[in-house]
Structures are given as C-alpha cells and as structure tokens.
Write a protein that binds this ligand. Structure first.
Ligand code: HPA
Length: 245
C-alpha cells in the first residue's frame, strides 16, 4: 500500500511531515499543483501534494486535478486521503468538526473531470455508486479512535463550483438535497481517482457554518483559526492511519 495525502486549504504543509524528496515530473495532462513530496510523518512514509499549490495560489476551479492524480499514480501511489476544508450544513457539522463522508453530490461545472476525453484511453463508464473507498474510510475511522480524535462517520459532501461561497438559498437547497457538508475541491478529484483505480477517501475539516445558517458572517480569520487548531489533530490522525497500513 502506498499512500498519498492531498492537503487542502490551510494544510499546504502538514504539521510533522518531513520531506525527503521532491518530484517535479510533468504529466500528459500538464503539471500538478506543486511538486509531489515523498516524506515521513512520524515513522511512516507517504507522499504529500498541496492541492492549491505553495503558497496557496490555485482557486478550486483552476486546479489541474487530472495532473495531480496522474502524478501520484505514476509514483506508485495506490491510496489517497484527501483533506478538505468544508462548510457545515446539517446539525452536527459545526465549525471544528472532523468528518469522513460516505457520499457526494457534484454541483461543479466546466472542470476537466475525466481522463476519457477522446484521447488515448479507451472509454470506461466507471462505477461510482460508492464514491469513496470503504477500506480507506474504515481505516481512517479506526485510526481516529487510535489517535483519540473525535470524528463523524458518514455524510454527504456537496462539491460546489466556487470560488465564491454560497448564498443562503443555495445552502437551503443543498440541505434539502441531503448534503451535510459543502466544499469546492471534492470533485472531480474523487471521480478521477476512481478512473485511475486509486482507493480514495476524504477527511473533512468543518471550518464554518454554511451561508445563512449562523448570524455571524463567515470570515477568513475564523476559518484560519479552526485550521490552525485542527492541523495538529489531523496530522496525528493521519499518522495513526499510516501506521495501520
Ligand atoms: N462553502 C464551500 N466551500 C467551503 C466552505 C463553504 O462554506 N467553507 C470551506 N470551504
């Protein structure tokens, strides 16, 4: 099992991760967001990729998700844990909550969302009934217990286009659709991973209430504070996850 962690907003650098080697390879789909790092988290080796680049420069709709996943597979990665900062929608998903969703709904548009676009690869209509790997999810949930980190198992991730946040009516609609959390980077990443037969799961950090669910405005400072607080917990959790592999 070779694991990659894709770090999202606020996790361009994973606390405790020491880089041993950097890979600057290109892919047939262009360059990844940033050179992939091979390094150590505790005693365990893993690859790490900063989804938005370093410094954080790529908005969600301009990330080259295809290049990112392709580069990881070229390095021999077989499973991916994708870390995502999200807004909370359903009652338990308040700021600070960590969650491992088990479903998603894709509301994004106009992104390069498949490797089967008339190029060299023979078209496959991949199965996507369960968008996240149950093995990776189960292992994450077990690792959370080992690490003493509280997290919510399950829930529906809504992938929105961004880069703006939602309107109150949009969040109401997402709630009616059954969504529990909302983020901008979960798709097409999960589907592209599935096309490459990578085991993939998302680890979500709730950083704000969805628009209109709270009297307080959503501020970058408050989001930053939560990411700062949870960075170390997430890192400890991922360390336990890697130890289980
Ligand atoms: N909406 C969409 N994406 C997000 C949010 C949100 O409220 N918070 C963090 N990423």
């Amino acid at each position: 099992m070779t694991t990659a962690i894709i770090g999202g907003t606020g996790l361009n650098q994973l606390p405790g991760f020491t880089s041993l080697q950097e890979y600057t390879q290109d892919t047939p789909w262009g360059a990844p967001s940033h050179p992939v790092q091979r390094g150590k988290l505790g005693e365990c080796e893993a690859y790490f990729l900063a989804r938005h680049g370093v410094p954080h420069r790529l908005p969600p709709h301009l990330i080259n998700y295809r290049a990112n996943l392709w580069a990881l597979r070229e390095l021999g990665v077989t499973q991916v844990v994708a870390v995502n900062a999200v807004g909370g929608i359903s009652a338990p998903m308040g700021p600070g909550v960590l969650s491992v969703p088990d479903q998603l709904i894709d509301y994004t548009w106009g992104r390069q969302h498949t490797f089967y676009d008339g190029g060299e690869l023979d078209l496959k209509h991949i199965e996507f009934t369960q968008p996240y790997s149950s093995n990776v999810r189960d292992s994450l949930l077990q690792a959370a217990l080992d690490a003493g980190v509280e997290c919510r198992a399950g829930g529906v991730y809504a992938a929105t286009q961004g880069p703006r946040l939602e309107t109150a009516a949009e969040i109401k609609r997402l709630a009616q659709d059954g969504c529990d959390v909302v983020g901008m980077t979960g798709m097409p990443e999960a589907a592209l991973a599935a096309e490459l037969e990578l085991d993939y799961a998302a680890l979500c950090i709730v950083v704000n209430w969805g628009a209109g669910l709270n009297a307080q405005p959503i501020t970058e400072a408050a989001i930053h504070d939560i990411l700062q607080q949870q960075g170390v917990n997430v890192s400890g959790w991922l360390q336990q996850f890697l130890q289980r592999q």
